[in-house]
Design a protein around this ligand. Structure first.
Ligand SMILES: *[C@@H]1O[C@H](CO)[C@@H](O)[C@H](O)[C@H]1NC(C)=O
Ligand SMILES: *[C@@H]1O[C@H](CO)[C@@H](O)[C@H](O)[C@H]1NC(C)=O
Ligand SMILES: *[C@@H]1O[C@H](CO)[C@@H](O)[C@H](O)[C@H]1NC(C)=O
Length: 438
């Protein structure tokens, strides 16, 4: 038997202490979860495949190994001229970024089976959900005195708070997430985009007058704080149908009034996000997260991800302050090479482009199990998907499935999780989930 010798550093929940664990072959030391040789082999394959994938699809990016199979650094070519300065420190963006593949696989694979819309069921099931959580999703919620008057809190949230999840994992087959990059005007992606089962757009992105570049179809729209306050303008953007509006931050009294009085007939929901740490806070990533939670495959268009970045422009307005373009490009390339998304851009415009060196589903699944164990995630190593539930509560009775013709994949998934709904729990150290079960 070949001995696999590998060193892993893993930080304790507190983030204070880091301990080194040496795992040699399949030996188990001191109650640390045993990692099977096949799983380690999957991590090794993921790691080596990843470097080849970045080299062949990254347009000049290079991934180099770090101290273990989890650790990689994505580097830009030396002659890359960073243009973006951190407004706080005045420092130019760097040319190399370290990523933890194990953490990325463990967390993003979990997203695919999670519900990312805030529901009343979730708040009710969360211990002290109304006192500790609900008010955070209401603008100026601090004034609500931790929802002491629960009726008042519920009133403020009621227009955006469904009882139970409006969508289930795998509900859609192929989805496209459309960013707002000015790069979109370089390629006529319109028809291609309209061919997806669901299309997700962001903020005030117009469709009219740009359809040959951005398509006509629009299913969801993710809104940051600013756009959500102009909900009436956003609702007018898509006159041929009704997009579902997803608010990333908080519900605002102005929004409530608009929904009631204008009225806004689009469904409006608040997004419930997993925690990815500082790397993944932007609207673009949140949009990908939502798409991955309801779609089998996710393709991205309109993100600034090609070499030669000069300034951040939107396809429908003058250039403006973007943020961390190089870090973003490296992160999206990581996502592509983990098989989470496919990138379409002016330099990757061929719809038949094949992403080479993608990991197989079975490699990803085994690598996810190994990562869960290494990172000490809740439910690590258990076959039962509900082992990842940190909190389990009984479901309120669901209406008979109101989605007619639920896709086979979605129905199969429901069977796999025994009808449970799994929600991400913010700041849970082991990434345990909140689950509601029939
Ligand atoms: C709680 O809020 C509701 C709705 O605004 C209001 O009708 C009720 O009087 C409030 N109750 C208390 C005890 O303040
Ligand atoms: C589209 O173009 C027309 C004519 O130039 C203009 O009146 C309209 O406001 C534009 N629509 C959008 C959404 O920009
Ligand atoms: C997600 O669900 C699928 C079945 O739909 C299952 O094969 C997969 O292992 C699950 N992934 C995680 C991370 O639980």
């Amino acid at each position: 038997m070949r001995l696999l010798h590998i060193t892993f550093a893993f930080a304790l929940a507190s983030g204070l202490a880091a301990i080194l664990i040496y795992i040699i072959g399949v030996t188990n030391s001191n109650g640390i979860l045993e990692i099977w040789e096949e799983e380690l082999e999957a991590l090794r394959m993921l790691h080596t495949g990843f470097k080849k994938c970045v080299a062949s699809n990254g347009l000049g990016l290079k991934a180099v190994s770090g101290k273990d199979y989890c650790d990689v650094m994505i580097q830009f070519p030396d002659d890359t001229v960073p243009k973006w300065k951190d407004p706080k420190t005045g420092e130019l963006e760097g040319l190399s970024y370290t990523f933890n593949l194990c953490e990325a696989v463990a967390t993003w694979e979990q997203v695919r089976n999670s519900t990312t819309i805030l529901t009343k069921e979730f708040i009710d099931a969360l211990p002290r959900g109304w006192e500790d959580y609900a008010w955070r999703r209401i603008n100026k919620g601090v004034q609500l005195n931790q929802c002491k008057n629960k009726t008042l809190c519920m009133e403020k949230l009621s227009l955006v708070l469904p009882e139970t999840p409006p969508y289930v994992p795998h509900q859609f087959d192929r989805c496209a997430v459309i960013g707002n990059s000015g790069d979109l005007l370089k390629t006529r992606f319109g028809n291609e985009i309209d061919g997806y089962d669901a299309v997700l757009r962001e903020n005030g992105a117009p469709i009219q007058n740009f359809t040959e570049f951005v398509g006509k179809k629009s299913t969801f729209r993710l809104l940051n704080r600013g756009s959500a306050k102009a909900l009436d303008k956003v609702a007018e953007l898509y006159e041929t149908g009704r997009e579902v509006l997803l608010v990333k931050t908080t519900i605002h009294d102005i929004m409530n009034r608009m929904i009631r009085e204008i009225p806004i007939l689009n469904p409006v929901y608040l997004m419930l996000g997993a925690s990815f740490g500082s790397a993944a806070k932007g609207t673009g990533l949140k949009a990908l997260e939502f798409a991955l939670s309801i779609c089998d495959s996710v393709d991205m268009y309109g993100f600034t991800v090609d070499p030669g970045y000069k300034e951040w422009t939107r396809y429908f307005s003058e250039s403006r302050q973007g943020h961390t373009p190089l870090h973003g490009r490296a992160y999206y390339q990581m996502m592509e090479c983990l098989g989470l998304v496919k990138i379409h851009s002016p330099m990757r415009a061929d719809p038949k482009r094949v992403v080479k060196w993608l990991p197989s589903r079975s490699t990803v699944a085994a690598a996810k199990t190994a990562s869960d164990k290494l990172l000490g995630r809740v439910g690590a190593g258990f076959k039962n998907p509900l082992a990842a539930c940190f909190i389990t509560k009984k479901q309120i009775r669901r209406k008979p499935k109101s989605i007619p013709g639920l896709r086979k994949e979605a129905a199969e998934h429901q069977k796999y999780v025994n009808g449970a709904t799994m929600y991400p729990l913010e700041h849970n150290p082991g990434h345990g989930q909140l689950c509601t079960v029939p």
